[in-house]
Design a protein around this ligand. Sequence first.
Ligand SMILES: [Fe+2]
Ligand SMILES: [Fe+2]
Length: 149
Amino acid sequence: MIENTVTDRISLLIGQHEELKSISNTAQKLIFTATRPVMKELISQLFKLTEEHVKQEEEILLPLLKEMYYSDAQEISGFIIDEHNQIRKQLMVLMDSMDSFDEHDTEWAHSIQCVLINQLAHIFEEEQVLFPLIKKHFSQKSSHLRHLN
Ligand SMILES: [Fe+2]
Ligand SMILES: [Fe+2]
């Protein structure tokens, strides 16, 4: 039972990652061709979805981590929250700076790419390391409970 709920919640987060990756890929593809308004729209969509995603992700993951790691949870949660704040801040700075660049020059492309890559790296870490770790923990826990019953 616990295992199913955990898997469902993580699937929801992975679904949100897919949406984030899809906008990110579009922005990446159009980095040298999109007009400024189009790129601004993509980055602001990414920011809006990121805000919703990190809020929900913290609501889901932090209690699970707390249950898994007890005293170390504070540190791990702090690390996740820091990374989220960093990504949100980078997106905000990017949105604020988009009018000051010449469209499609290397600096413009580079600053967008940096933010996109950082976010993708964070998503990759979550999907490859953190989520499997959480799922494994709760599946072991529920199989242990099944043995007891
Ligand atoms: Fe995250
Ligand atoms: Fe995430």
